[in-house]
Design a protein around this ligand. Structure first.
Ligand code: ME8
Length: 512
C-alpha cells in the first residue's frame, strides 16, 4: 500500500522557523509511522519560489530572484536535515519538472473553456498573494493574517470559473459517501469550508500581468501564472505528472495534504476545483493543524520573536525538539508555545519520565548484574499491560493525526513501568531474591523496548539508542515493522541478549 503525504511548499522570502518546522516534523512523524506499518511512503516537501513577494524580497536584498531562491531553498533543506526529516523528494517551483506540469494544467483548463480573460479590479494582499473583497478584511480594512492594507490593483487577467464548481465541491466535501470524498479535518474547519461554499464562489484570477517572476501562461506569454496555482501543482509535479505516468498513478491521489488554517481554502477549494477541472482525482484528506503563537504573540521578524530550528535543536537536541514540537499543543487546535512550556514538557516527559526509566533500569542492571542480566522469564504481566495500553489507542491516535494523544498514551505506559519499579523495589529484592530481581529488570528492559518502538516516529535516533542500551537484538526498525504487523508478540519475539547491555549515557539531561 502507498501513502502520499505533503507539507506546504514554503515561501523563500522567509527563513525556516518553528512554524514551518511544526508542519514538517508532524508530516515526518506520520511518514515514519506509515513506513513502520509497511506502507510505501512518498513524503513531499519543498519551496514556493515565484510571485510578487519573492520578487520584492529579492529587490530589497539587491539580488536576482533566482539567487535569492537558491540561497533560501538551501536553508530549508539544511533545516530539514538538522531536524532529521526523512522526505522522499524536495520540489522547487523554479525547477523545469514543475513548470512543465503547471503549463500542462493551465492549458487543459483553458482548452476546456474553464479559463477566460476579464478585466478586474481588486484588493490584493501581497503577503497572502491573493485578492480579497472588503468583507474578508477587518474593521480597518486590513488582511486578517498580515494586518496590512491590501492594495487596489486593476488588470486584465485570465480567470478560472471557480463559481461553476460550487456543487461539485459541496458534493465531494460534504458527503462522506461520495466516491471522490475529500475529508477535511478537523471537523470545525470542515464546517467552515462547507459554510463558505454554500454562500457561493467567485471566479478567481489565475494569471497576472504585472508580475514577471513566474511561469509564463503557455497561451499568452504576456502573463504569468498566479503563484497559488503554480504552487499547488507541485503536489502532482513531484510525483511525475504529466510525463512519468506510472509513478504518478502509483502515488496520486495524495493521502494527506498537511498545512495550517491560513492556507486551507486553497487546498480544500481551489486545488480540488483545479483537479476536477483537469479530470484528475482528488486528495483523500486535507488536514489543517492549529496555528500557534509564541508566548502570546504572533511570530514575526519585526517582533524578533522567531524561533529557528537550530535554536530548538541547540537547546533540546534533535529528537527531543521533534517530540516537543509534535506533541506540545493538541494537533489540529490553535495554541501557544513558549520556551518555558517547551522546557517544562521536556523535563517532565523526557528527563523525568522516559529518561529516568532507562537510566534507573540500566543502573540496576549494572549494579546488581554488571550489565549482564541473566536470561529469565520476565514479569509478563507488566510487559503485557504496557503492550496492551499502547495497542489500545496508540495506532488509532497516530492514524488520526492525534499526535498529542499518541504521546499521552506513551506517557502513561512509561509512568506505569516507573510505578511498577517502585512497587517491586528491586533494591530490596537484591538482598532477598536475585532470581526475582533479574526477572523484574528483564521486564523493565522489555517494556523499554516496546516503548522505544512506538517512539521511533518521534525520536528515531534516541529510540535506536534505547534499543542498543537495553541490549535488544536485531534492527529496531525491522523488529518494529514485524511488531506493528502483529507477526511477533511482546516478550517472545525480540529477546534481550543479556551480555550486550550498555552503560547508559544520560539521554535527556535536565534543563533549567
Ligand atoms: O503559505 N503555526 O507558505 P508559507 C503553525 N507558499 N504553522 C505555521 C505557523 C504557525 N505559527 N507559521 C507557519 C505558503 N506555519 C505557501 C504554501 S503550498 C502549495 C503553498 C506553517 O511559507 C503552516 O504549515 O507562508 C502554514 O500553513 C505554512 O507554514 C505557511 O507557509
Amino acid at each position: 500500500m502507498k501513502f502520499y503525504i505533503t507539507t506546504p511548499i514554503y515561501y523563500v522570502n522567509d527563513i525556516p522557523h518553528v512554524g514551518h518546522s511544526y508542519t514538517t516534523i508532524a508530516a515526518d512523524v506520520m511518514a515514519r509511522w506509515k513506513r513502520l506499518n509497511n506502507y510505501d511512503v512518498f513524503f513531499l516537501t519543498g519551496t514556493d519560489e515565484h510571485g510578487a513577494k519573492i520578487a520584492a524580497a529579492a529587490k530589497t536584498k539587491d539580488v536576482t530572484p533566482q539567487k535569492l531562491c537558491d540561497e533560501m531553498s538551501a536553508k530549508f533543506r539544511q533545516a530539514w536535515e538538522l531536524l532529521n526529516i526523512s522526505y522522499t523528494d524536495f520540489i522547487r517551483t523554479t525547477e523545469q519538472r514543475h513548470s512543465i506540469a503547471v503549463e500542462k494544467i493551465i492549458q487543459i483548463l483553458f482548452d476546456k473553456g474553464l479559463i477566460f480573460k476579464k478585466k478586474y479590479e481588486g484588493l490584493y494582499c501581497v503577503g497572502c498573494e491573493r485578492f480579497y473583497v472588503p468583507k474578508d478584511l477587518d474593521e480597518s480594512g486590513c488582511c486578517l493574517f498580515h494586518k496590512t492594507k491590501p492594495v487596489l490593483q486593476s488588470e486584465e487577467n485570465y480567470f478560472f470559473k471557480l463559481s461553476s464548481f460550487q456543487n461539485a465541491l459541496l458534493e465531494r466535501i460534504a458527503d462522506p459517501h461520495n466516491e471522490e470524498y475529500i475529508e477535511i479535518q478537523p471537523e470545525e474547519r470542515r464546517n467552515e469550508i462547507i459554510g463558505k461554499l454554500k454562500l457561493g464562489l467567485e471566479d478567481v484570477s489565475f494569471s497576472r500581468t504585472a508580475i514577471e517572476w513566474g511561469i509564463p501562461v503557455p497561451f499568452d506569454k504576456e502573463q504569468t501564472v498566479y503563484v497559488w496555482v503554480d504552487a499547488l501543482v507541485n503536489y502532482i509535479a513531484a510525483i511525475g505528472y504529466p510525463e512519468n505516468k506510472s509513478k504518478f498513478q502509483k502515488y496520486w491521489a495524495a493521502d494527506i495534504h498537511l498545512m495550517a488554517k491560513d492556507i486551507l481554502w486553497f487546498h480544500s477549494v481551489i486545488w480540488p476545483a483545479i483537479l476536477i477541472g483537469a479530470g484528475l482525482s482528488l486528495p483523500k484528506k486535507v488536514y489543517s493543524h492549529g496555528f500557534f503563537t509564541l508566548s502570546g504573540s504572533k511570530m514575526s521578524k519585526s517582533l524578533g520573536n522567531v524561533i529557528s530550528p537550530k535554536e530548538l535543536v541547540d537547546k533540546y537536541g534533535v529528537d527531543a525538539a521533534r517530540y516537543l514540537m509534535a506533541t506540545l499543543i493538541p494537533f489540529g487546535h490553535d495554541g501557544d508555545i513558549s520556551w518555558q512550556g517547551l522546557t517544562l514538557q521536556y523535563n517532565t516527559d523526557l528527563a523525568n519520565n522516559l529518561g529516568n526509566l532507562i537510566s534507573r533500569t540500566v543502573k540496576m542492571a549494572e549494579k546488581y548484574f554488571n550489565l549482564t542480566v541473566p536470561r529469565t522469564e520476565p514479569n509478563l504481566e507488566l510487559v503485557k499491560e504496557v503492550a496492551n495500553i499502547l495497542k489500545r489507542s496508540f495506532a488509532q491516535n497516530m492514524d488520526n493525526l492525534e499526535l498529542h494523544k499518541a504521546s499521552e498514551v506513551l506517557r502513561s505506559a512509561i509512568t506505569l513501568v516507573n510505578r511498577q519499579i517502585e512497587i517491586d523495589a528491586p533494591w530490596k529484592l537484591a538482598k532477598t531474591d536475585t532470581n526475582k530481581l533479574a526477572s523484574c529488570i528483564y521486564s523493565y528492559l522489555q517494556t523499554a523496548d516496546i516503548i522505544a518502538m512506538h517512539m521511533l516516529p518521534f525520536m528515531p535516533v534516541i529510540s535506536e539508542k534505547i534499543w542498543q542500551i537495553t541490549g535488544a537484538s536485531g534492527n529496531i526498525n525491522e523488529v518494529a515493522k514485524k511488531y506493528f504487523a502483529d507477526t511477533i508478540i511482546p516478550a517472545t519475539g525480540f529477546s534481550i541478549s543479556a551480555a550486550q547491555l550498555q552503560a547508559s549515557e544520560i539521554l535527556f539531561p535536565r534543563i533549567a
